[in-house]
Design a protein around this ligand. Structure first.
Ligand SMILES: [Zn+2]
Length: 342
């Protein structure tokens, strides 16, 4: 990561963006500049392909975004000069900007990428200062390199327990029916669940957590008792879960499992959805509940109070108590924080 950032931007390998900008060949015409970031010998390789109607593609390569865009801009400036057009103020065109790397929505994503902790000279706009980052144990980055070994020392801390079985949900559910704000709860649980299947993407976004690693945030205001997202993964039996856990540990992977009941566990390590990034808090704004649909147990993250847009989603992991050796510190920052997660 040391080479893949500047103080103002992070350069993810595989990044691609298209910029529409003045042509270097036809005066007063615009064309497409497809900007890419690749890797060459441990350093970023910036490449731009120019797509212009009726012309052969042009290629630019450089070790910096500036290197490419300075050349393009100089050529555009010269073309305008030659055709006696208004002068182009080239000094205002910055490579990283032309690449789209300083767009806020893009920065929010790049700052959430695994491994960004090691971007020493980068000024974070959304996440917290990288040096403040605490050991990632429950919510690891998913990258073996940036994940501390300590994760494997914790004896089974990964398997989450649900708050309660559907009963709790049912009672809150019916309790809401009479309030004036309960329109969305007039629908049956199963129709709510069906809607959740397509609508969860409007409820959440993934970003760098204020607690640790990545976190899931409310993408809009969420009313109390809203089904926010399903904890998706593969349903497996205990024995399989134990076996997989050992394999994952040997691969130094972040392990994401959620216990449904005494026999079954949802494994979200390889096949999970973003719900696995919801962090623990001692004062959570959501609950994780097992709800049965079509005879299948589903784990749904449900808001336990109104959550304003932009707030990080959390629930209580409810880990079993462990002895001192296997304690996991809690960094949720809540006023009533129990200091330990287990
Ligand atoms: Zn806490």
């Amino acid at each position: 990561m040391a080479n893949f950032h500047s103080p103002t931007a992070i350069f993810p390998v595989g990044y691609e963006a298209t910029r529409i900008y003045w042509s270097t060949r036809v005066p007063n015409k615009r064309c497409r500049y497809r900007c890419r970031i690749g890797e060459d010998d441990g350093r970023p390789l910036f490449e731009v392909r120019v797509l212009e109607h009726g012309m052969e593609d042009l290629h630019y390569r450089d070790t910096t975004a500036e290197g490419i865009w300075d050349r393009i801009v100089q050529q555009v400036a010269k073309l305008r000069d030659d055709s006696s057009m208004l002068k182009l103020f080239t000094e205002h065109v910055k490579g990283e900007e032309m690449y789209g790397l300083t767009v806020h929505a893009v920065m929010r994503i790049t700052e959430s990428l695994p491994g960004v902790e090691s971007c020493q000279n980068y000024q974070f706009r959304y996440g917290r200062h990288p040096l403040m980052e605490l050991p990632l144990m429950i919510n690891p980055t998913g990258s073996a390199r940036s994940e501390p070994k300590v994760a494997t020392q914790c004896k089974r801390p990964h398997t989450l327990n649900s708050t309660s079985v559907s009963k709790a949900y049912q009672s809150t559910f019916t309790g809401e029916l009479n309030t004036p704000y309960s329109k969305q709860f007039v629908h049956s649980k199963s129709s709510q669940y069906r809607r959740l299947k397509t609508e969860w993407k409007n409820n959440v976004y993934l970003a760098r957590s204020r607690i640790q690693g990545l976190g899931l945030y409310a993408a809009k205001d969420l009313e109390k008792h809203t089904m926010v997202i399903e904890y998706i993964g593969t349903v497996i039996r205990n024995e399989v879960a134990n076996r997989r856990e050992k394999i994952y540990e040997s691969q130094n992977r972040g392990i994401y499992m959620f216990r449904i009941n005494n026999e079954q566990v949802i494994d979200a390590t390889l096949t999970g959805g973003p719900a696995r990034y919801v962090n623990h808090s001692c004062a959570p704004n959501c609950v994780a509940e097992v709800v049965t649909f079509d005879k299948e147990d589903k784990i749904i993250i449900i808001s336990s109070r109104r959550i304003p847009k932009g707030e990080e989603l959390t629930y209580d992991y409810q880990f079993d108590f462990e002895d001192d050796q296997h304690k996991i510190p809690c960094h949720c920052g809540a006023w009533n924080c129990r200091k330990w997660m287990n």
